[in-house]
Design a protein around this ligand. Sequence first.
Ligand SMILES: C[S@@+](CC[C@H](N)C(=O)[O-])C[C@H]1O[C@@H](n2cnc3c(N)ncnc32)[C@H](O)[C@@H]1O
Length: 330
Amino acid sequence: MFDVAPSAYRALLGALDLTDLGPRPDDFRAAVWAGLSGARKAIPCRFLYDERGSQLFDLICDLPEYYPTRTETGILARHAGEIARAAGPDVQLVELGSGASVKVRLLLDALERPSAYVAIDISAEHLAAAAARIRADYPGLAVQAVCADYAEAFDLPEPGAGRRLAFYPGSTIGNMPPVEARDFMALWARRLGPGSQMLVGVDLRKDRAVLERAYDDSRGVTAAFSLNLLARANRELGADFDLDAFRHEARYDERRGRVEIHLRSLRDQTASVGGRVFAFRDGERIHVEDSWKYDLDDFRRLATAAGYRTRRVWTDPADLFSVHLLDVAE
Ligand SMILES: C[S@@+](CC[C@H](N)C(=O)[O-])C[C@H]1O[C@@H](n2cnc3c(N)ncnc32)[C@H](O)[C@@H]1O
């Protein structure tokens, strides 16, 4: 991490050819104030990803318990040639929630003359560093980094020619409830335009023990990732959360098909955030994230309702994870 003030850092990011439409400290403060004021406390999961949160997520991807990353990577590696043939030459690759931009290399290596790579992520510093690595490793490729909330309205840059292939890996779609996920997919169908495609990674319903271990690992990395939300409030908003007084919890609600992640207060306590004081009862929880799991047919129906035609679906031999190649319907 650079040892500079956030404002100076954002200026540095400008020099790195990054379009910065990302959240400001005021947005985070407003979200924390609103989220801690309701009867059921919650902070939106997009705020999990500041620079530290993104570093912790990268460590999660390497955990033995966290099957999604290696499983999706295996599916992409096996089928990259088929994906590339279906996409055709000269596509503009647009990645949603690009993180460290690792899986996308499998596509960049397989595609025929991709004309551009647009990486969109909410975590500015991590995005700038990942885009710089892609620029260095793919010298002929036009690379554009956009720091933005991908659910918000913004103009999608067109650094290349050719039709668009959106790539939305990591089952990040699972962080939205299904109705919101359908509306989000529909928004992107309109934004991408007819003739475009979407390649989306979707985690599947499975055994409770496998899921709960993936989101509450033995080394405590997933716990540190959730607690980083409070640590971020301490860093950015001058809050005074006692991180030892909250515990990370991940529970699978099998009926709904979602892993629910909370921070549980371990005693009666108060915390001050940007001049406002919030009380937490012993046992009271802050909701920080859900991860919805799908059956293949449920996700196919969602994609159809959002304006796509499913072209292919691939899974791994153990049916842990799926990758869907979708055509935006005319
Ligand atoms: C689950 S991680 C997946 C990272 C990577 N794509 C992968 O597959 O390993 C979610 C990524 O989406 C980004 N993200 C989360 N919410 C976002 C939002 N509302 N807008 C843009 N990016 C977001 C995070 O910063 C993070 O890089």
